[in-house]
Design a protein around this ligand. Structure first.
Ligand SMILES: Cc1cc2nc3c(=O)[nH]c(=O)nc-3n(C[C@H](O)[C@H](O)[C@H](O)COP(=O)(O)O)c2cc1C
Length: 285
């Protein structure tokens, strides 16, 4: 499909309510394009569940490589990206790389993403994780990765992009060993198995709209990353909320609230203290 032997057709698919994953996806796209690859980015953010489930897969079917990017939500791949991969047609000759952006601990996101891609027949060549500003932390001083990604992180992402091209052209049978993605300590494994895996998303604070404060401006509905908020005339959710908190960030009058953010902040501090990963951009190959 490429322009010449060394030029491949690469599709980048991301979902990025807060913009971190988009930033990395766009940077990878820039490097690949500058290296004479044909590269298209598909941003699923702001699409409704219906639009994501009816994505036209013929747009990416002929790609020599899929680059999939997801934020970490409760130690796993975000639901819209999972849905996208689950609906991918089986492709025994498919190749993919997977990357994640995270604000504290990646948990099983890389393994999770690589596994679902492999189930679709894709050979996973490499993975990447990038520490970024945590999209759920509302007080800047609480965020240990506030100024990430930094220049060093971007250099690693550059390296990752170049590596992808090399693997595609020079190592056609290359496949990443998934053992490398299962790097967590027993402490993390236990917490994941007995708590986060089953209850992770449910433990995250839900939001509600305070009608007394709401000015019905509709900014929350526009910002909703899965388009489930409708104004009738006050905002109301219709459909599965992924808890990206874009509605909270977008509200000019502080009318989108949660009763349990304080529990999250407490838990986050506890996790940060005991479990946080060394904040580094890392390539798995
Ligand atoms: C609901 C929710 C859950 C999150 N869970 C985790 C987590 O378990 N571990 C982590 O390191 N970061 C977590 N984060 C932080 C995001 O993964 C991180 O900020 C990511 O870069 C956001 O991606 P985006 O900017 O593309 O939306 C969470 C963020 C949200 C909103």
């Amino acid at each position: 499909m490429g322009k010449n032997n060394n030029s491949k057709y690469i599709s980048i698919i991301i979902f990025s309510p807060f913009g971190n994953t988009l930033k990395i996806g766009e940077y990878i796209q820039k490097i690949l394009t500058e290296s004479n690859q044909q590269c298209k980015l598909f941003n699923l953010t702001g699409k409704s569940w219906q639009q994501i489930s009816s994505f036209d897969y013929s747009l990416v079917e002929k790609s020599d490589l899929l680059v999939i990017g997801s934020a970490v939500y409760a130690w796993k791949v975000v639901k819209p990206i999972k849905m996208f991969i689950d609906n991918l047609p089986i492709n025994k000759n498919g190749k993919a790389v997977f990357f994640t952006t995270y604000g504290l601990i990646t948990g099983y996101t890389l393994l999770n993403g690589a596994n679902i891609l492999r189930k679709k027949g894709d050979k996973v060549l490499a993975c990447l994780k990038v520490p970024t500003r945590h999209s759920m932390i509302f007080k800047k001083e609480d965020d240990i990765y506030l100024n990430r990604p930094n220049q060093q992180d971007m250099k690693k992402i550059w390296k990752f992009s170049k590596l992808i091209i090399k693997l595609l052209n020079k190592f056609p049978n290359w496949e990443l060993s998934f053992k490398k993605l299962d790097y967590h300590s027993w402490k993390v494994k236990l917490l994941y198995k007995f708590m986060i895996k089953r209850f992770g998303m449910a433990l995250l604070p839900s939001t509600y709209f305070n009608q007394k404060k709401c000015i019905k401006c509709g900014k929350c509905a526009k910002a909703c990353s899965v388009q489930i908020i409708k104004l009738i005339p006050y905002p109301k959710k219709f459909g599965y909320c992924i808890k990206c908190y874009n509605c909270v960030w977008s509200c000019p009058v502080d009318a989108v609230k949660s009763r349990t953010f304080w529990i999250f902040h407490f838990f986050h501090k506890f996790l940060g203290y005991i479990y946080h990963e060394i904040p580094e951009t890392k390539i798995y190959v």
